[in-house]
Write a protein that binds this ligand. Structure first.
Ligand code: NAP
Length: 436
């Protein structure tokens, strides 16, 4: 019997557990560890609350957790309660599926002023991540800006623009819903350092902006190359650009009080304000011969008392695990970090791709593990039994999937009308719910 520890219960962790179970059948026990008693990582804390259909994938993860060879061990922080070195003593292989929980920094002056928040923090705030419950993003000014041209920037801008009725059916947490309801923000500027052809936004997500109840997307046709240039784009990107062109051809709806302004070729130079963010000084850019943004020397100011930087994520380093500072992920070759230690998902590749990208990724790493220790080969490591003994000695009380089910049932029972659940947002609340 082999024993595997998958660290992290987001999509990458669950797909890897599923793949290991398929490869080993009843010849392995797989433990999915998480620092929280609640599973799903990105699905719970990252995917936008108004994108419920994307969250439905957790049903598949439930099936994995219910299968005989897989266990969930929550409330255990690897790197604090147990080290990776200790896990490697206890398990035949350790697979890090810890994602990329931190926002990449812009590295410009003024970035630390109050009012500037990373997308990880902002997304965590409206999704009920315990680290960001008390973020209190300033919503009292009329202007906000989101820096970045990816799907997360779109999520943040859309959430800032929505009305209370548009959140019906979502699982946005009560504190965010209440705060957004009283928001004074009327203009949300989305800053891209390059042009429309270089966006990292996908058509479905962009298309949603055309159907917002209170906000009109504003796009300047002067930012586009001639329409014939769209032919060279890959079909998905061409679709996105077509949507942007439609926005450019449509006048703002006077009945909608909010504007979502796409400001292309705009590179943030610094953030200024008297003790708090008030404006971003940006430099107009153009594309150089390699398609990168090159400053033109022309600068202007974009007013914003809330600035969300949404330019990608980094993994959190773990003691004893080689880390690639530049890539913001663990140093690995095709998922292998070192002897019996692996990484999957964003911890392996960096923050790119959809939820589904993690499936082949997890299966690939499971294949590496199976090649290194073929199913049927014996092991004398204790796995969960040894881990639980060690944790007990340290006063750490792990939780299991039944505990999660109880938390979930209570969240569903607490739901406000029209919402699938009312999430608990603090670690203590999760533990209290299961009588700890
Ligand atoms: P992303 O797709 O990598 O986009 C990052 C954006 O930040 C790019 O537009 C990039 O511009 C810009 N950027 C990077 N450094 C910058 C700088 N110093 N100054 C100004 N702009 C800068 O990252 P993401 O939006 O965080 O998304 C992460 C992954 O999750 C993506 O694969 C995304 O598609 C996925 N996701 C999917 C959904 C969905 O399917 N609904 C929702 C959310 C996220 P350059 O191109 O110029 O570098």
């Amino acid at each position: 019997m082999r024993h595997f520890a998958v660290v992290g219960s987001g999509p990458a962790g669950f797909y890897t557990a599923e793949a290991l179970e398929k490869a080993y059948g009843d010849q392995a026990r797989i433990d999915i560890l998480d620092r929280y008693p609640v599973p799903y990582g990105l699905i719970r804390f990252g995917v936008a609350p108004d994108h419920q259909s994307l969250k439905a994938v957790s049903k598949r993860y439930d099936k994995v957790a219910d299968s005989a060879g897989v266990d969930f061990i929550g409330n255990v922080t690897v790197g604090r309660d147990v080290s990776v070195g200790e896990l490697l003593e206890l398990y035949d292989a350790v697979i890090l599926a810890v994602g990329s929980p931190h926002s990449r920094k812009l590295g410009i002056p003024g970035e630390d002023l109050p009012g500037v928040v990373g997308s990880a923090d902002f997304v965590g705030w409206y999704n009920g991540h315990p680290d960001y419950v008390d973020l209190a993003p300033p919503l009292g000014g009329t202007h906000a800006a989101v820096i970045g041209n990816g799907n997360v920037a779109l999520d943040c801008a859309r959430i800032l623009s929505k009305t209370r009725t548009e959140f019906e059916g979502s699982d946005i947490v009560g504190h965010a819903l209440g705060a957004l309801d009283t928001s004074a923000i009327r203009t949300i500027t989305i800053l891209g350092r390059r042009g429309p052809h270089q966006i990292a936004m996908t058509p479905k997500e962009l298309g949603e902006l055309g159907h917002l109840e209170a906000a009109s997307p504003i796009v300047d046709i002067a930012d586009f190359p001639p329409v014939e240039a769209d032919d060279a784009l890959e079909p998905g990107q061409r679709k996105s650009i077509t949507i942007l062109r439609e926005f450019a051809a449509t006048a703002a709806d006077p009945a909608k009080p909010k504007r979502m302004v796409f400001d292309f070729f705009a590179k943030p130079l610094r953030i200024e304000g008297d003790g708090k963010a008030e404006k971003i000084v940006v430099e107009r850019t153009e594309l150089d011969e390699n398609g990168a943004a090159r400053g033109t020397g022309e600068t202007y100011e974009v007013p914003a008392s809330l600035i969300v930087t949404s330019i990608g994520y980094t993994s959190a380093p773990i003691d004893g695990v080689p880390y690639d500072e530049r890539g913001g992920k663990f140093l690995n070759e095709g998922g292998r970090i070192g002897e019996r230690l692996y990484a999957v998902g964003w911890a392996r590749r960096g923050p790119s791709g959809t939820i589904g990208t993690n499936r082949p990724d997890g299966y690939e790493v499971a294949d590496l593990v199976a090649a290194a220790m073929p199913p049927g080969s014996p092991s004398d490591r204790p796995g969960a039994e040894g881990l639980k003994r060690l944790l007990e000695g340290r006063g750490v009380m792990p939780t299991d999937y039944d505990d999660w089910r109880r938390i979930e049932e209570t969240e569903v029972a607490n739901a406000r009308p029209g919402s699938p659940r009312e999430k608990f947002v603090r670690h203590e609340e999760w533990l209290q719910t299961i009588g700890r």
